[in-house]
Design a binder for this molecule. Structure first.
Ligand SMILES: Cc1cc2nc3c(=O)[nH]c(=O)nc-3n(C[C@H](O)[C@H](O)[C@H](O)COP(=O)(O)OP(=O)(O)OC[C@H]3O[C@@H](n4cnc5c(N)ncnc54)[C@H](O)[C@@H]3O)c2cc1C
Length: 407
């Protein structure tokens, strides 16, 4: 008997946080999935940690918010600071309590989110997550999408009805499609130093952006193994110095001490050092025929504003909803074009624009422009109307509204 189209699974390249979000949302609609990732287990290096209110709302709809809330910490206030002048403005997300049940940034390490979903996906669909499996290429024809996957046992081609490329910034799926990834790579890299030292008693809130014409920084509190959590301090670093030099203990210590001298005159305990290249790029199309691009495979940006992973989760839920509609015969495949129109538009208008603005605000070298920007910050924080408008944008409500409006 010939196979019907619904006998074929949805293939997902990658099993990172975006891939797993899509997989879980599809499984909840009784749509079979197969995921392929090179990893043996979810990597725990420090990466994204911010979940904005609309993301928690979307995750509530797929039954994931409750567990995420238990793992995370609520960051209601965030600050804009200047390294020399100190606090410039503090914004209170609770001003949005009339429109959301989650008027705060939820901080939870990305690997905990991915780990939770991996467990759920494997419970719902044993054997669907293929580890140690490298995607080599992707292709499609009129009836199906295909992934060529290499494992220790050899190379084989897998057939699916649709394919989601959620295989990160260097996406093989995107390369196979020949889709462009225009944008730029920043000259500087971002250095992240993680310490258990608690900055909260010294007036810092769980998210602070600290402007400086020479060396800006930002700090974020993450839950780690429990209160008071750990703090990640991010600094810009040139691209040409060897990592070993950047990670030199005395130098890292000096960086932290220059930012905020340890109040007891001690050395900071530095539990993790991480450095990464930062880009601002977007795929020329997020959808081609039976194949979707989602998350970092579709767009990458600097992490200031904590938006990249959130956008990827929104992509994953949008694509899974449309695949579900077509799977059940409620829509035809033309609905997939809307995925590209919605997600690529907001990635350009909000994700890339806002994160680029955040970086400019921190590193502004012109003293007049810096003063002007800081005056605007103070005005925004002091005026509830302006604060609300600003938070609607930076907490991602506007991008969700805008995407929903696009047909
Ligand atoms: C070092 C680093 C630090 C970051 N820090 C922050 C931060 O502080 N704040 C922030 O907001 N964002 C940060 N980001 C960005 C954020 O982590 C990403 O937006 C998020 O991980 C996107 O999720 P994703 O699932 O799309 O991609 P990824 O998390 O990259 O997942 C892609 C998955 O695909 C797998 N994969 C890739 N290629 C193949 C292949 N050929 N075959 C099989 N599997 C493959 C990978 O192993 C991985 O598991 C950081 C990113 C990096 C790289």
């Amino acid at each position: 008997m010939a196979n019907g189209p619904n006998d074929l699974p949805v293939l997902i390249a990658g099993a990172g946080p975006v891939a797993l979000t899509a997989a879980y949302a599809l499984l909840r609609q009784n749509i079979p999935v197969q995921l392929f990732d090179t990893y043996a287990t979810v990597p725990s290096e420090p990466r994204a940690s911010t979940f904005h209110p609309p993301t928690v709302e979307l995750l509530e709809k797929i039954g994931v918010a409750e567990e995420l809330l238990r793992m995370g910490i609520e960051v209601r206030y965030w600050q804009q600071r200047d390294r020399k002048k100190g606090l410039i403005a503090e914004l209170d997300l609770n001003i949005l309590a009339d429109i959301t049940r989650y008027p705060y940034r939820l901080h939870c390490e990305q690997h905990k989110y991915a780990g939770m979903l991996l467990r759920r996906v494997e419970e719902m669909s044993p054997g669907s997550v293929h580890r140690n499996s490298r995607v080599l290429s992707a292709r499609q024809d009129a009836d199906a999408a295909y992934l060529t996957v290499e494992t220790r046992a050899g190379t084989r081609e897998i057939k699916g009805r649709y394919l989601i490329g959620a295989d990160g910034g260097r996406s093989i799926v995107r390369h196979s499609l020949g889709v462009s990834f225009e944008g730029k790579t920043f000259e500087e890299r971002f250095l992240v130093l993680t310490t258990p030292f608690d900055f909260a008693p010294y007036g810092f809130t769980g998210t602070c952006y600290i402007a400086d014409p020479v060396e800006w920084c930002s700090i974020f509190r993450v839950p780690a193994d429990g209160p008071p959590g750990r703090w990640r301090v991010v600094f810009p670093e040139s691209s040409d110095r060897p990592d070993a030099e950047v990670f030199d203990e005395a130098e890292c210590q000096a960086r932290l001490q220059n930012f905020f001298p340890h109040p007891e005159g001690k050395d900071y305990q530095i539990v993790h050092k991480n450095i990464y290249q930062v880009h601002q790029r977007i795929a020329g199309s997020f959808h081609v025929g039976r194949i979707f691009l989602a998350g970092d495979a579709a767009h990458i940006n600097n992490p200031l504003g904590g938006m990249g992973l959130n956008f990827g989760i929104h992509d994953a839920l949008n694509a899974s909803e449309k695949i579900g509609q077509v799977w059940r015969g409620e829509a035809d495949e033309s609905v997939f074009g809307r995925y590209d129109r919605q997600r690529r538009t907001v990635a350009e208008e909000y994700l890339l624009a806002q994160t680029a603005q955040n970086k400019r605000d921190l590193e502004e070298r012109d003293p007049v422009a810096r003063e002007k920007r800081q005056a605007e910050w103070r005005e925004t924080a002091a005026d509830p109307k302006k604060a609300r408008a600003f938070l609607m944008k930076t907490a991602m409500f506007e991008s969700v509204r805008r995407a929903n409006e696009i047909q």
